[in-house]
Design a protein around this ligand. Structure first.
Ligand code: CMP
Length: 140
């Protein structure tokens, strides 16, 4: 039964961009560690200034990323968030609020760190995501 659950999680997170091109074994290792989270619209998933605790992958739905009072971007299925504070140890850089019902898969800080040190592919993919985000925020 556990095997079936892992297969299901694998399917749910199959479209997450940072997991594309990851060797199957690395995807399986991640699928074993994530927990599904279902949130309603307007739910505050993380709050700017709080300490970071989880990393999130979006399987379904959309969320607004808000800095101060400004919506800086909208994240959707296949995207990730919560990586910045876990990587730096600094507080959450933005507030993330669901704008539709969402299906998320979360990894706690410890597991996120472990997965990253074991998966060079994931580390590369996250660097790319971060570089893009940084570039976009420099542009505006
Ligand atoms: P973290 O700082 O842990 O918590 C808030 C999250 O919002 C952050 O990680 C990123 O995942 C996300 N975020 C912050 N700034 C941007 C941005 N410019 N573009 C996309 N996502 C962002």
């Amino acid at each position: 039964q556990q095997y079936e659950q892992e297969l299901d999680v694998m399917q749910r997170i199959a479209h997450v961009e940072v997991l594309q091109h990851l060797p199957e074994a690395e995807k399986q290792a991640i699928a074993k560690l994530v927990t599904p989270v279902y949130v309603k619209p307007h739910h505050v998933i993380c709050r700017e200034g709080d300490q970071g605790d989880y990393f999130y992958m979006i399987a379904q739905g959309e969320a607004e990323v808000i800095k101060g009072r400004k919506v800086i971007t909208v994240l959707g299925a296949g995207e990730i968030f919560g990586e910045m504070s876990l990587l730096t140890g600094e507080p959450r850089s933005a507030t993330v609020i669901a704008r539709t019902p969402m299906e998320l898969y979360q990894l706690n800080e410890e597991n996120f760190g472990q997965v990253l040190t074991r998966s060079p592919h994931l580390a590369c993919a996250l660097s790319r995501t971060l570089a893009r985000r940084l570039r976009l925020s420099v542009d505006c």
